[in-house]
Each structure stands twice: as C-alpha cells, then as structure tokens.
Design a binder for this molecule. Structure first.
Ligand code: MF3
Ligand code: CO
Length: 287
C-alpha cells in the first residue's frame, strides 16, 4: 500500500487492555458468525447479525462509513479476495467465504478476518487454501514474537506460503496489514512478503493487524466498478485471515483471539502475554 510517513503509535498497558476488550468482542462476533454461516444464508443477513451484536454490546462498527464503505463486514466469496460488499445472494455449499470485521470500544479499534468453507468443501485445494491462509497468519504472528523489525513478518509469511504451497498459491500484491489503535489504519504497513523496507523497529506497545490474502494460481486481480471488491481474475479462489496483535513487555497478546493466542503460540513454542481480561480482579464467567 502507500508509504505511511506518520509515526508509529505505541500503546501503554492500560490502552492495550482496552484494545483487548475491543478484540475480545470482535472474537465473539466471529464465533457467532462461524455458527451462523451455512448454505442459504445471505451475506446481508450475516452483516445484520454482526451489526446488531456490536451495537447491542455498546460498541461501534468501524468499517461502516469508512471512506463511504456501506456495511459492517467485508464478505468475500470465492474469487473475491477482500472488500466484498454484503448482498442478497444466498451462500452455496462449498463456497469459500472470508469474513472481515472490526469495531471500536472507548475509541480503540480492532480488526480481524476469518476464512470459512460453507457446508461441504468442494475440493482439497479449497481446504488447503483456507488452512494455509490461517497458518500463514500464525507464521506471521510467530515471527513478530522474535522480530527486530516489522519487515520480518512479511518474510516469514512469504517463506511459510512458499514451503506449504509452492507456486499453487499467490499473494494479493499491493495489499497488506497495518498498525491499529486509535484508528483502524495506522503506520506501519505490514506486508505479507519481502519488500525493500526492513520496516520500523519492533518495540513494546506496537499493535499491528496482520492479514495474509492468498489466491489459488496466479495472483492477477481487478477492482470492480463498486470501487471496493477485489476479484481474482485468473480463475482461482481466494482467502483472507487477520488478527490484531499487541507487543508487550511480557510477550505477544493476540487481541482478537479468544485465548489471547495462548494455544496457537504454544504450538509454535511461544508463551503468550497474560490476558489483561483474565487476570486477578477481572470479571470471570459465572461470577
Ligand atoms: N480489514 C480490512 C483492512 O484492514 C478492511 C477495511 S476496509 C473497510 O483493510 F472499508 F471495509 F473498512
Ligand atoms: Co485490516
């Protein structure tokens, strides 16, 4: 994406605790959507479910109205890579559907995306697309845990995808992740592949949205006439996965994961930061 000359906004532990509340609610929205997605449901119905859940929790959807964006979610079906606008077409068995959403609590933004297969998978290659996209996200997150520079995230994602998929999957070029905090999109850019920039130094308080976007076959794409929808044009399907992540003195906290990333990071030999919402004095379920 564009060069972002702004300074990186570093967050205090208290601010990261609010970002965790924002991310935790977004995780719950994604859990609700994962339970609701099925053949026959329309993407507009999913959008309404997310909108109402965010509003009922006292939070604000951050995509809605962003540069004129007309919905709460981006829902990208099959050949659509990202920024698909919800509509009234029912989802079909075997569709590959990436749902991207975000919200604001007390001024602090979260942003996360999950790829799904609706009903029965159409092919092993669709299952691999979704699995490798999710694993590529975790490869990027794991790299951040020990990175000196933000550019190491993209290098790790590129290497993981090359190893897992060879040339059967392509990155969506020209799009990437971003800093997140008091705005949804902040410095720095977080690319999904190597670039000439090493990026800014990784330090405590850095909060990033990491978001690999992968396409089956060649990575050709076009922007549709609605000025949002990014569609792969060489025949393949696409998937997108995203988490918002905080770097703290005590390690990484995956703000938009239910357990703060503890389980997935442990699989990669990394200890997650303690969850500020699970600490002593934090409200627990059933109390
Ligand atoms: N998660 C996406 C991003 O970071 C979606 C934002 S586009 C919006 O680019 F307009 F829908 F907000
Ligand atoms: Co994002």
């Amino acid at each position: 994406m564009s060069i972002r000359p702004e300074r990186v906004e570093l967050k205090t532990p208290a601010q990261i605790a609010v970002m965790r509340r924002s991310g935790k609610l977004l995780h719950e929205v994604h859990e609700m959507l994962a339970a609701a997605i099925r053949p026959g449901i329309t993407t507009n119905q999913l959008d309404t479910l997310a909108h109402d859940m965010i509003r009922d929790a006292g939070a604000t959807p951050n995509f809605l109205g962003y540069q004129g964006y007309p919905a709460t979610l981006c829902i990208s079906v099959n050949e659509v890579v990202v920024h698909g606008i919800p509509d009234d077409r029912p989802l079909q068995d075997g569709d590959v559907v990436s749902i991207d959403g975000g919200l604001i609590i007390d001024g602090w933004h979260s942003d996360a995306a999950r790829p799904h297969i609706v009903g029965a998978p159409r092919s092993v290659s669709d299952q691999e697309l979704v699995r490798i996209t999710q694993e590529a996200l975790w490869a990027g997150i794991a790299a951040l845990a020990s990175a000196q520079r933000v550019g190491e995230i993209g290098a790790a994602i590129e290497d993981f995808v090359a190893e897992a998929a060879g040339d059967s999957l392509s990155h969506l070029e020209g799009f990437g992740g971003h800093g997140i905090g008091t705005a949804m999109h902040q410095a720095p850019d977080v690319m999904n592949y190597r670039t000439r920039s090493r990026g800014p130094r990784v330090r405590s308080g850095l909060c990033l949205a990491i978001e690999p976007m992968l396409i089956q076959g060649p990575g050709n794409w076009e922007l549709e006439d609605d000025d949002w929808t990014v569609r792969a044009t060489a025949g393949g399907r696409a998937a997108h996965a995203e988490h918002s992540v905080a770097v703290t003195d005590q390690g990484l906290l995956v703000l938009t994961e239910g357990d703060g990333g503890a389980a997935e990071l442990a699989r990669r030999g990394i200890t997650a930061a303690p969850d500020p919402l699970a600490g002593p004095g934090a409200p627990r379920a059933g109390e």
